[in-house]
Design a binder for this molecule. Structure first.
Ligand SMILES: N[C@@H](CCC(=O)N[C@@H](CS)C(=O)NCC(=O)O)C(=O)O
Length: 211
C-alpha cells in the first residue's frame, strides 16, 4: 500500500521525510497541507492528523508517525537504509537531534520571517539574532565535514538527510553555500544521490503557486 506523507513544499522538515522516502525507493505519495491558509492550526487537522499541528505526518496503513526524525527512523527500519551501522546509530541520532534543535528549527524560523511574513511585520532584531545563532551552527557543521564525505561514517545517513533539510531552498535566510566550502561539497554529494530532487520538485506547493 502506498504510504501518505502530509507535507507542503516550503517545509524543510517535511522535505527531510520526503527525501528519505524517495531515496529509499519506498512507495509514497504526498498529501498537500495548506499551511499558508491555516490548515495546521485547524481543529480538524489537530484532531484527525497531528495533535502537534505540524507536518510532516506519515501514514502507513493504521500507523501514523510524526516528527521528521521518527519518520526517517521508520524508513531505515523498513529498508535497512540511512540508519548507519550498529556502531553508528547513536551518532546518527545525535546529529538528527542537533539538527532539529540548532539548525533546522532556526533556519525554518528565519526563512519564514524573511520571506513568508508580510514585509512590514518582519522583526529585524529577531532575524539578526537568529542569523547569528545559525552562523554558529553552520560553523559546527562545516568544521565537522572537513575530510569527510558524510556526517557519520562512509555513507549517507539520516544525519545528512536531516541536516540538509533547509539548505537546498532558494529563498534567502542568511545561508550562502559558497561561504561554507565543506557544507557546499557535502550538499553536492547529496545532490548526486540517484533520485535526489530539490524540495519544490518533491512536494506539492511552492511560493510560485501562491504568487
Ligand atoms: N521537529 C519537527 C518540526 C516540524 C515543524 O516545525 N513543522 C512545521 C513546518 S516546517 C509546521 O508544520 N508548522 C506548523 C505551524 O507552526 O502551524 C519535525 O522535525 O518534524
Amino acid at each position: 500500500m502506498t504510504m501518505k506523507l502530509y507535507c507542503f513544499g516550503e517545509s524543510g522538515n517535511a522535505y527531510k521525510a520526503a527525501l528519505s522516502l524517495e531515496l529509499s525507493g519506498l512507495d509514497w505519495a504526498p498529501v498537500f497541507v495548506d499551511f499558508f491558509n491555516g490548515e495546521t492550526r485547524s481543529t480538524t487537522y489537530r484532531q484527525n492528523v497531528n495533535e502537534m499541528g505540524e507536518v510532516p505526518v506519515l501514514v502507513d496503513g493504521d500507523l501514523r508517525l510524526t516528527q521528521s526524525g521518527v519518520i526517517q527512523t521508520y524508513v531505515s527500519d523498513l529498508t535497512g537504509k540511512f540508519g548507519g551501522g550498529p556502531e553508528e546509530k547513536y551518532d546518527v541520532l545525535r546529529w538528527v537531534l542537533w539538527d532539529n534543535h540548532k539548525l533546522s528549527s532556526q533556519a525554518g524560523m528565519t526563512r519564514f520571517l524573511m520571506n513568508f511574513m508580510p514585509a512590514e511585520k518582519r522583526p529585524a532584531e529577531v532575524i539578526a539574532f537568529l542569523q547569528g545563532r545559525l552562523r554558529a551552527a553552520y560553523e559546527v557543521l562545516d568544521r565537522h565535514l572537513e575530510g569527510r564525505d558524510w556526517i557519520v561514517g562512509d555513507a549517507i545517513t539520516n544525519a545528512d538527510l536531516s541536516c540538509c533539510g533547509y539548505l537546498f531552498y532558494p529563498e534567502p535566510f542568511g545561508f550562502d553555500r559558497t561561504e561554507w566550502p565543506e557544507i557546499d561539497r557535502w550538499l553536492a554529494n547529496i545532490e548526486r544521490q540517484p533520485g535526489w530532487k530539490p524540495p519544490y520538485e518533491l512536494m506539492p506547493g511552492s511560493p510560485a503557486d501562491r504568487a
